[in-house]
Design a protein around this ligand. Structure first.
Ligand code: ADP
Ligand code: MG
Length: 702
């Protein structure tokens, strides 16, 4: 066991109580956790202000001077206030304490030089500083952290127990002394030299106690580099191992029967070049004798489902079962319906299995699946329950991958002796860096072309004062026989306020579009599923012209006749959500429109989102912008994905180049030594073992 595994309660200055708090509030348990608990920012303390320069709009600043005297006043029955008069050559400023008064009075000497660090505020027209950090000038000179002061995240609970950023810094100082020379290096020396990387121990010390920004960036670079490098090495090794070990079913092209039947009889359109290319890629994979693991990315409406269906039929033609898993019931149902259309007249047994399938029917399905009587099963998570057994599952399609974790995927594979081919479809385009980091173990296909005849959706931004014009425009579209979506944000299904917005909105639209000339469907999350379905069906069957909804329609309905998407309070939606919503229109041949209604005043971030929507319809570009604006932590799916993307230092929106670079390095290393058996690579192998402790070995399931 490494000293880094030691529990924090053994660190001098911590003890069981603090240890428990640190664990509960920050998830810090061991020495290792603490040294990897990096500051979230640094404050430059090389600059000193003078008292004369102070005003309330300054950030945290630093003063050098002396206390002239102290005054204590009673402010309430139990409360007291201490004011210290702090002076430098330019004037005097009031320093205020409400707590720890006795301690301050006992420890601070008058007329001795101190350094104060705090935020100037204004109170009754006078500038003061409340509860600053105070340091003795002599001591300050000997401190490790000189100019750059690390700031660590804390919580209210920690602060109430007097564990501040500074406390954490002190603990780090103690800890680094205690484990000095004992932090094991995680990258080989020659590798470090070649890529000019600091020693791990040095990097960690510098990150907690940087002397200057130059040194700090070197240290941060070392940690980032290692973090991204091991993610790539790990993913690529899984991929290498799988390609080497895993046998896969071989599908023979000559057996094409249903593929042809479906293609020639039931598909009324020509496939796009991109669809054909991807089908070829899949065909190559499934005839290679190795298991396929492919990510299929393509914008909403690019025709992924078509590709998936034809691939599924390749499996069926070869005597295997196939399944298609979607993240929601609505989506599973929709896949089922469209597949039904394309399988018309073909003598195939396909079923839908979701959480709400009746018990009796479920049991019937389980039985038929196990006996191999069902060819294709479409469903939700219900498909990965243990009771579900296949006779010979040969092909798995997972839609909207980001909601399923790696381990969940693996659950499907484990059902077979030989793992089925896996096609993962992502409707939300993922930025390259994120894709490389999350799905680096997969091969990637991209459909980068929409079916022909689709005109570009015109997207415009409006505010409330344009409302009459918008209503007029909607009326014209309805007169042309088109249908209209109106979406209201519903950030949380339980938020009463949002419902109020929705209700007011419905009322406004009802007044502007009165019966009998107009009719409106309303769909929202609080409705019973059956009512929701009924309302949607009215719209689908063109019995209503307007559908007012909350984001429940984000994934789900396909109404080619709908040409207008009005998004109310558009500033409250994230970019990928806006993009998904816009994808609901433009599915037919008519010109479609997306109207973004917002308040007059927008934050920079919101304005950027709206602008991006107006300027581009390219899902990949939108995803890149989304990543920049929100950071990877908030990106759809990052949190749910199986790989912990709990990056400590790297930033996917900034470090794209580095990610590509370390990926090439990792590939080179594995090409040369796939099992990492060479002496030079021992450290890599050891490190991967540590990283994968307690996880399923995804590379050797076979
Ligand atoms: P995705 O799953 O990528 O969002 P779908 O497969 O649902 O897209 O396709 C969207 C719509 O386009 C469907 O109505 C589908 O039938 C149709 N479609 C798919 N491929 C083509 C094509 N090559 N030409 C014309 N229409 C297509
Ligand atoms: Mg789809």
């Amino acid at each position: 066991m490494s000293i880094l595994d030691k529990e924090l309660k053994y660190l001098p200055g911590v003890g069981p109580k603090k240890a428990e708090l640190l664990n509960k509030e920050l998830g810090l348990e061991t020495y290792r956790d603490l040294i990897y608990f990096f500051p979230y920012r640094y404050i430059d303390r090389s600059k000193f202000y003078t008292v004369k320069e102070l005003h309330k709009d300054l950030p945290y600043i630093q003063l050098k001077g002396k206390f002239l005297n102290f005054e204590t006043t009673t402010i309430s029955r139990s409360g007291k206030k201490l004011v210290g008069y702090f002076a430098d050559d330019t004037g005097v400023v009031e320093i205020v304490w409400f707590q720890g008064i006795k301690w301050i009075r006992d420890s601070i000497q008058l007329h001795k030089e101190y350094i104060l660090f705090g935020k100037p505020k204004e109170f009754l027209g006078r500038i003061n500083i409340v509860h600053p950090d105070i340091e003795d000038v002599e001591k300050w000179k000997t401190q490790i952290a000189k100019n750059l002061y690390p700031q660590y995240s804390t919580t209210e609970n920690l602060k109430n127990s007097f564990i501040t950023s500074k406390t954490i810094q002190k603990l780090c100082e103690t800890l680094l002394k205690e484990i000095s020379g004992k932090i094991e290096e995680t990258l080989p020396l020659n590798f470090r030299e070649k890529h000019e990387l600091l020693k791990l121990e040095d990097a960690i010390r510098i990150i907690h106690f940087p002397e200057n920004t130059e040194e700090l960036s070197k240290a941060q670079y070392r940690i980032k580099f290692e973090e991204l490098f091991y993610i790539q090495l790990n993913l690529l090794q899984i991929k290498f191992k799988r390609k080497k070990n895993s046998k896969g079913f071989t599908f023979d092209k000559n057996k094409d029967y249903y593929v042809k039947q479906c293609f020639y009889k039931n598909i009324p359109f020509k496939l796009t070049n991109a669809q054909i290319r991807v089908l070829r890629e899949i065909r190559t994979d499934v005839s290679s004798g190795k298991q396929m693991n492919r990510l299929l990315q393509g914008d909403v409406g690019s025709g992924k489902t078509m590709v998936a269906l034809l691939s599924i039929l390749m499996a069926v033609d070869n005597g295997y079962q196939a399944c298609m898993m979607a993240p929601t019931e609505i989506l599973a149902q929709q896949h089922f319906n469209s597949i039904k259309k394309f399988l018309q007249g073909l003598d195939l047994n396909f079923k839908l299995l979701t959480g709400s399938t009746k018990k009796k029917e479920k049991e019937e399905i389980y039985k038929e699946l196990a006996e191999g009587k069902i060819h294709i099963i479409i469903g939700t998570h219900a498909l990965i329950e243990d009771v579900v057994e296949f006779k010979n599952l040969g092909f798995v399609v997972i839609d909207e991958q980001h909601r399923f974790g790696v381990e969940q995927r693996a659950k499907l594979w484990i059902k077979n002796k030989i793992p089925p081919h896996v096609l993962i479809m992502s409707a939300t385009p993922i930025p390259r860096t994120l894709a490389m980091t999350l799905y680096g173990d997969l091969d990637v296909s991209v459909i980068d072309e929409l079916p022909p005849g689709r005109t570009k959706i015109i997207t415009k931004h409006f505010t409330d004062k344009d409302r009459m014009r918008i209503f007029g425009f909607i009326k014209k579209q309805i007169e042309l026989g088109r249908q209209v979506y109106v979406v209201f944000p519903l950030i949380q299904e339980s938020e009463t306020m949002d419902y109020k917005d929705l209700e007011d909105g419905v009322e406004g639209y009802s007044r502007a579009f009165p019966p009998p000339k107009y009719s409106i469907s309303v769909v929202h999350g609080r409705m019973k599923p059956a009512d929701k379905e009924y309302s949607m069906q009215l719209f689908v069957r063109h019995q209503t012209q307007i559908m007012i909804a909350t984001t429940v329609i984000e994934v789900g309905v396909d109404v080619p006749n709908a040409t207008v998407m009005v998004i109310e309070s558009a500033e409250r939606f994230g970019l990928s959500q806006l993009h998904q919503l816009r994808g609901r229109v433009g599915r037919g041949s008519e010109q479609s429109y997306c109207i973004l209604m917002t308040a007059d005043e927008l934050s920079d971030n919101a304005y950027n989102r709206i602008l991006t929507m107006v300027n581009t319809t390219d899902g990949f570009e939108i995803a890149e912008t989304d990543l920049k604006l929100r950071g990877p932590g908030d990106m759809a799916g990052t949190q749910q994905s199986g790989f912990s993307l709990n990056l400590k230092m790297a930033d996917l929106s900034q470090d794209g180049q580095l990610i590509q670079y370390v990926k090439i390095l990792a590939e080179d290393i594995l090409n040369d030594d796939p099992e990492l058996q060479k002496p030079d690579n021992t450290i890599f192998l050891k490190q991967l073992k540590i990283i994968n402790r307690g996880k399923i070995d995804l590379g050797i399931i076979s």
